[in-house]
Ligand binder design. Sequence first.
Ligand SMILES: [Zn+2]
Length: 158
Amino acid sequence: MDIKKENPVYSRTDASKVVLPEDEWKQILSPEVYDVARQKGTERPWTSKFETSKEVGTFYCAVCGNALFKSDSKFESGCGWPSFYEPISKSSIIYTPDNMHGMNRTEVQCGRCKSHLGHVFEDGPPPTGLRYCINGVVLDFDKGAEAEKRYDEENSKR
Ligand SMILES: [Zn+2]
């Protein structure tokens, strides 16, 4: 994703809250990201490359760069979206009751920019019993360490 270059609020180090008017978000974000993050849309199931990914690293908010989940809390839920059992820290996520579509659900938003990420359900695995069902389009993934990456590349050449 190359939205970062044109996105002035994207930062992996700045933890200050991001508040922008909707028309500015529309200019900064790609249509796909805008639809999910700001319009609470849902990507089609089974379309995210992160759904079955087993790579080791950290998942960030694709809108603002806030760290959200570690790969070791990711599990295969079979629901069609990337799923995690716990966020990287308590403050990385905001929880909001969502009664839309006649369902009692809990919406999950980014703790820094309040973008819509997905929902959390109480049918996840131990140790939390939670399932954070997240739209892959609003996730940005980074491998844990450069050294690991090089090691993998060297191995694949043999
Ligand atoms: Zn964010």
